[in-house]
Design a protein around this ligand. Sequence first.
Ligand code: C2E
Ligand code: MG
Ligand code: MG
Ligand code: MG
Length: 290
Amino acid sequence: RAKEEGKNHYRWFDGTVAPESARLMELRNGLRRAMERGEFEVYYQPQIETATGKLSGLEALLRWKHPRLGQISPQQFIPLAEETGLIVEIGEWVLHTACAQNKAWHDAGCPKLRIAVNLSARQFAAPDLVGTVRNVLEQTGLDARFLELEITENMAMKNENLTTLEQLKDMGILLSIDDFGTQHSSLSYLKRLPVSRIKIDRSFVSGIGVDERDEAIIHAMLVIARRLHLSVVAEGVETEPQFGFLEEHNCDEIQGYLFFKPQSAEHIGKVLRDSLPGESRDSRASEDME
Ligand code: C2E
Ligand code: MG
Ligand code: MG
Ligand code: MG
């Protein structure tokens, strides 16, 4: 059998399409049940300010514990949820859960951080994203300035999304471009988009110290971002040399296993409490398992 091609089917060597694997079928069919039975959980990954080492934000990342197949990567199930359209419902649940959790941390006296939530293309295409987001903020009581929404370049590039983005920005929400540099971006769009932040994709970060071309691209991104008054987060920082390069080139924030892995709300609550002044502080919690 030839390598997996596309999202949900295999291609035989003669080019004909084989039925999708039993595993994929099981995952796709399991999504609805997962929502109903509470098999999803939101994990949180802290981001830190490069210059000070202080916590600066959190990204909400969805986890699925499948009753038979165990932990499934979002890289596998998010595309399936996109296909079936269930991502709209799931995404709203993530948004609500993340905002409610962040508000609870604020109310508990933890440092007031922003929570970043990933949006999918389908959520943008759904009738009333702005209304949904507004409702979630109202219901959870979270102030809009503590919410960040992550979109991808392809979503940002769609003309019909521009009004939505502007409305979200006007509400006080921070917008960022995720996986920056990996899709069809155009610098002229970057100029007129209402986004405040870009997230440099891990594929560039992993080239630091290995491939000069990745370093050149990161350097250029940081220069452009600064001139456009965008802040920059580097994703997937795993090593000290990677951190050193980003620090030296004034990348504003860092997100990666070097500092924190995504962890359950319970674990992150402890990290947040430990970061309060007067508590013993150790920002490197890389040993905790996912
Ligand atoms: P993303 O939004 O770019 O999230 C960053 C991914 O990088 C996360 O993978 C995170 O666990 C991983 N990561 C962070 N630091 C490191 C590191 O130092 N090394 C390595 N190797 N990886 C690191 P995760 O959680 O598996 O999520 C994968 C993708 O799935 C996300 O990429 C995002 O596009 C999507 N996703 C996750 N949760 C949601 C969600 O609630 N809604 C939507 N629409 N998409 C989501
Ligand atoms: Mg993201
Ligand atoms: Mg993403
Ligand atoms: Mg990313």
